[in-house]
Write a protein that binds this ligand. Structure first.
Ligand code: 13P
Length: 246
């Protein structure tokens, strides 16, 4: 089953979320064999949860803290997210890594917490332009995945991975489908190595400047099991078009 996820980042107030979801539900049609996920900001989860009740659209958070509760000013735990109807959490997004200093160790702890609480993490990985140009893309991805999965290698069927090359995020310049496919194959083989007993229950999503007019270039390839969409998910019409590409 493919997964098409909207990462709204720091966009949309609760009121704007309400307008979006009402419109989205008017134009969205459930499809066979695909799952649709909205990840609004924390402050919009409550209204989204109410409005999505009765639909097959899933709700997710963009980040989480790994402790259940305590003196962690400004943080949000998985326990809170569960009560608001979240079944997914984006973990280790490139903006968290690069703008907020999230380390591989923190990302690992978040994944452990997600597995404990039964929320499905979408682990984001991706190389910078410098790393790509230096020819170390696969090495960087392997390192990110191995560190993120340290100690939880046997749970590869309980997570999804988003390959988001940093240089493609928000730039309007997506990876070529060929480059994305090569990395997706690499990730799939790596996860098989990490967990030889696994049943390939994970999905590998592509993210980075996915738009309605380029989505189909990716969906042709069986290695691409879904999308993580930023900018183009902010309008219900364009996100529906991307969903329908699957
Ligand atoms: P854009 O689709 O805006 O490039 O963002 C991708 C992304 O970061 C999704 O998590």
């Amino acid at each position: 089953m493919s997964l098409i996820a909207a990462n709204w980042k720091m966009h949309k107030t609760p009121k704007e979320t309400e307008e979006y979801i009402k419109r989205f539900l008017e134009i969205y049609q459930p499809g066979e064999d695909r799952e649709v996920l909205l990840c609004p900001p924390f402050t919009s989860l409550s209204v989204a949860h109410e409005l999505l009740a009765g639909s097959d659209i899933k709700l997710g958070a963009q980040n989480c803290h790994y402790e259940k509760e305590g003196a962690f000013t400004g943080e949000i735990s998985l326990k809170f997210l569960k009560e608001l109807g979240c079944s997914y959490v984006i973990v280790g997004h490139s903006e968290r890594r690069h703008l907020f200093g999230e380390s591989d160790e923190m990302i690992n702890r978040k994944l452990v917490a997600c597995l404990e609480e039964g929320l499905r993490p979408i682990l984001c990985v991706g190389e910078t332009l410098e790393e790509r140009e230096a020819g170390i893309t696969f090495k960087v991805i392997e390192n990110q995945i191995r560190l993120a999965l340290s100690g939880i290698e046997e749970y590869t069927d309980n997570i999804d991975i988003a390959y988001e090359p940093v240089w493609a995020i928000g730039t309007g310049v997506p990876a070529t489908p060929q480059d994305a496919v090569a990395v997706h194959r690499f990730i799939r083989d790596l996860l098989k190595t990490v967990n030889p007993e696994g049943e390939i229950g994970f999905r590998i999503l592509y993210g980075g400047s996915v738009k309605p007019d380029n989505a189909q270039n990716f969906t042709k390839h069986r290695e691409i099991n879904g999308f993580l969409v930023g900018g183009a998910s902010l309008k219900p019409e364009s996100f529906v078009e991307i969903v329908n590409a699957f």
